[in-house]
Design a protein around this ligand. Structure first.
Ligand code: PLP
Length: 376
């Protein structure tokens, strides 16, 4: 938790649950990534946290943006981003959204199928297009499954076809999975995708850009490698693959930029012992799976929890949310321990919750209001 967030919580005592996010930390994360990968253009993945104060700060820093929908494209433009600095990175887009983005001046679009490529050729003629390739997501705590990306073989044909359709065959992309903790995943993906640059050049198509996606991890329950380790691994792989003839490099960080800038403040609703024979206590918070903590599904993302009694003796707990839904349990199998002194009515902080939280809050599920937000 940054000092600014801690001060805000003490001075303002905002009603819980709420997210408090330090926009200065967004800036320092952006600068750290820039320093780790000075040759790459940063396209912030807006979906991680689309709040206006975040976009404003990033526009001021010269960031570019990766948008998942036309609504996100608009949010970036309203915050002052130039259309040329917005990439429409979702490979699945409505025709109306493609047309609206094209009309707004967006020129960079992702695709991963012949059908989507045809839509782009018709509704965003002349656009710079890049093809997303499916790569291994091993090592990612929040893998992106097989929903996106195509094979190297298919990408080859599609990039040739892109040129024939009057589009600009700009480059290739991949995403190694979110909260990716293995630097080797990027190296493997660069190696896999890099070969296609050579192959396509021989076929007369000169690609100019490699988009390495997002995935850079945030420290949650476990330590993760620092951003410099990822930068180093990526540059080694790029040099090995391309020598001195590096293409433009793009990264699309979401989680890394905003994750550790934010803290969710929550009230303990109940601490109970459900089974007298067990030392496990159930700790119910006023935020759960439906209030924004969707990434606790499968206990995939394990947030650290700060309490007023840290340092005191602890015992095992199950941590659950406030709704009447049986799935609203955050952590049951991950061996969470919280102080024995923790009591109903006290506040706890879920750390590093700036990414993928506010947008995952359901609207009034069980009557609970969506998560309040404070940008400091
Ligand atoms: C979600 C997403 C990102 C951001 O991923 P993080 O793991 O949050 O860095 C980047 N690019 C694309 C295409 C995405 O879908």
């Amino acid at each position: 938790m940054t000092p600014k967030v801690a001060r805000f919580l003490v001075e303002q005592q905002p009603a819980t649950p709420c997210l408090v996010l330090d926009v200065d930390r967004v800036e320092s994360n952006f600068r750290a990534l820039q320093a780790a990968l000075p040759l790459a253009q940063i396209y912030y993945a807006v979906k991680a946290n689309p709040a206006r104060p975040v976009l404003d700060r990033l526009v001021g820093l010269g960031s570019r943006f990766d948008a998942a929908s036309f609504e996100e494209v608009s949010a970036c433009l309203e915050a002052g981003a130039a259309p040329a600095d917005v990439s429409y990175g979702n490979t699945i887009k409505k025709v109306s959204a493609i047309r609206a983005a094209h009309a707004a001046g967006v020129t960079m679009f992702a695709f991963d199928s012949a059908e989507e490529l045809d839509k782009l050729a018709r509704h965003a003629p002349g656009a710079r297009v890049y093809c997303r390739i499916l790569v291994e997501n091993a090592g990612a705590d929040w893998p992106l499954s097989r929903k996106f990306g195509t094979t190297v073989e298919m990408a080859r044909d599609l990039m040739i076809r892109a040129g024939e359709l009057g589009l600009d065959p700009y480059g290739l992309s991949f995403h190694v999975g979110s909260q990716q903790t293995a630097t080797a995943s990027y190296e493997a993906a660069v190696g896999r995708v890099g070969m296609l640059f050579t192959d396509l050049r021989d076929a007369g198509v000169k690609l100019r850009m490699l988009n390495l996606g997002g995935g850079f991890p945030v420290r949650y329950h476990d330590e993760v490698p620092g951003i410099d380790a990822f930068g180093g691994a990526i540059m080694r792989a790029m040099t090995e693959c391309f020598g001195n003839d590096l293409p433009e490099m793009v990264v699309e960080p979401g989680r890394f930029i905003v994750g550790d800038a934010g803290v969710v403040s929550s009230e303990v609703v109940l601490v109970s012992r459900r089974d007298p024979a067990s030392e496990v206590r159930w700790v119910y918070l006023d935020i759960g799976r439906f209030g924004g903590l969707a990434e606790t599904e499968g206990e995939a993302i394990r947030y650290r929890i700060a309490t007023p009694h840290d340092g005191g003796p602890t015992g095992p707990v199950v941590v659950a949310g406030p709704t009447c839904d049986g799935a609203d349990i955050l952590y049951e199998r991950s061996n969470y321990r919280l102080p024995l002194a923790l009591a109903c009515g006290e506040r706890v902080e879920l750390l590093a919750t700036g990414a993928y939280v506010t947008t995952y809050a359901s609207q009034r599920f069980n009557g609970f209001a969506p998560l309040a937000e404070h940008y400091v």
